[in-house]
Design a protein around this ligand. Structure first.
Ligand code: UDP
Length: 380
């Protein structure tokens, strides 16, 4: 296939990410499969990215994850300027056929602003769509930028202006889903796991209170704002409270973290993360937001760990109630579901992941969408 895609991973983290990093994980999963299908990939990312690609262009020397706290707009502005220069240059030389953008505040704004002169673009929506109405408004009238969701439910909730530009949805994937059904079964422990950013939408406070009520150990893994380790947060002092996720953690979650029944272990990565997930009796998602894509949900299935969750966002698309997890619309029912999760078959979770959520399935779907975007935008 002769197709060159500029993949915009943005300024926040290297690809693959050092630990936490939803978007960067998706790109690290997708790119090798695309290249296997013959797609040439130019990666726009920070210099520390190590993902093998055909060409890499720099949007920043180092990951700017810590700047998510402050000064966000400044970082986005610099990254936008870099990206606009790169896209113009490559597009003017006919060196790219398509931009696949993953970073709304940087890539989407840049590409929407380029208007008809810009290359055909597919922007993947990763987030809660209510977040940046102004940005998505920038799509109005433009016909070069198309969007895809990471779940049908995410697109269904999107504003009309966005849905008009949509070419469909592609579920997230994980390399863990490759050969998942053939991997030896992991020994299960007692603990529940919530894997993800500590954030009100992810509901770690609900999970922590639940753990104390039902007397089941709970491990919270993930960063609190820009802090990856409990020691870093402790050392940051009062200034850390400027971050809303830090305030949420300190006020709503930390009072239930006793270091015994409920533990916060910080960001986990690599084998440690996989072991924690594979040995959990269930992964818990006591969501308060409409989860758009749920990488951690798919990872959990791939490692043979059933999911107990509130039925919000993409969860009903990813989880088959009674087969790979237990879902409820009533938060209070989660206590019972957690205790029933051990009735679910870990092998069935892995089988489903190996069929539905492999990187090859995701890449094939993106190649289809790339074609649709290229045909759609080149029409007179
Ligand atoms: N993650 C991780 N270590 C952590 C917490 C999260 O590696 O301590 C990874 C997790 O495995 C998943 C990603 O970060 O791949 C989070 O993506 P998800 O779609 O679940 O949530 P998001 O943060 O994008 O809403």
């Amino acid at each position: 296939m002769s197709l060159t895609v500029l993949m915009n991973a943005g300024p926040w983290l290297s690809v693959p990410p050092p630990g936490y990093g939803g978007i960067e994980n998706v790109i690290a999963t997708l790119v090798p499969e695309l290249r296997r299908l013959g797609v040439r990939v130019v990666l726009a990312s920070v210099d520390s990215s190590t993902l093998p690609v055909d060409e890499q262009v720099s949007v920043f020397a180092d990951g700017q994850f810590a700047a998510l706290q402050r000064p966000y707009n400044q970082v986005c502005g610099i990254a936008q300027a870099h990206l606009a220069g790169v896209v113009r240059e490559l597009h003017s030389r006919d060196d790219i056929d398509l931009v696949h953008d993953h970073v709304e505040a940087v890539g989407l704004a840049t590409l929407a602003a380029m208007g008809p002169a810009g290359p055909p673009t597919l922007h993947t929506l990763h987030w809660d769509l209510a977040k940046h109405p102004a940005l998505y408004g920038a799509l109005d009238g433009g016909d070069r930028v198309r969007v895809n969701g990471v779940s049908a439910s995410q697109l269904a909730r999107a504003p009309l202006a966005l849905r008009e530009h949509s070419v469909g949805h592609v579920h997230l994937s994980t390399p863990l889903a490759v050969d998942a059904e053939r991997r030896p079964r992991a020994d299960k422990g007692e603990h529940l796991l919530i894997l993800g950013r500590i954030n009100p939408g992810k509901g770690q406070d609900v999970g922590a209170r639940l753990a104390h009520r039902v007397g089941v150990p709970l491990v919270l893994a993930g960063p609190v704002g820009p802090y990856h380790r409990p020691a870093d947060l402790a050392a940051a002092g009062d200034e850390a409270r400027q971050n809303p996720d830090v305030r949420f953690f300190l006020d709503e979650v930390a009072p239930h973290v006793d270091g015994d029944l409920v533990r916060w272990v910080g960001t986990v990565a690599g084998q440690e993360r996989d072991d924690l997930l594979a040995s959990a009796r269930a992964s818990l998602f006591p969501l308060r937001w409409e989860e758009p894509g749920g990488t951690a949900v798919v990872e959990s299935l791939a490692l043979g760990t059933p999911v107990v969750a509130t039925a919000r966002g993409c969860l009903p698309e990813l989880i088959e109630h009674g087969r790979t997890g237990l879902l409820t619309t009533d938060e209070e029912e989660l206590d019972d579901l957690v205790l029933s999760a051990e009735l679910l078959d870990p092998d069935e979770c892995r089988r489903v992941a190996a069929q539905r959520f492999t990187p090859a399935v995701m890449a094939q779907r993106y190649v289809e969408l790339y074609e649709r975007v290229r045909q759609g935008v080149s029409a007179p």
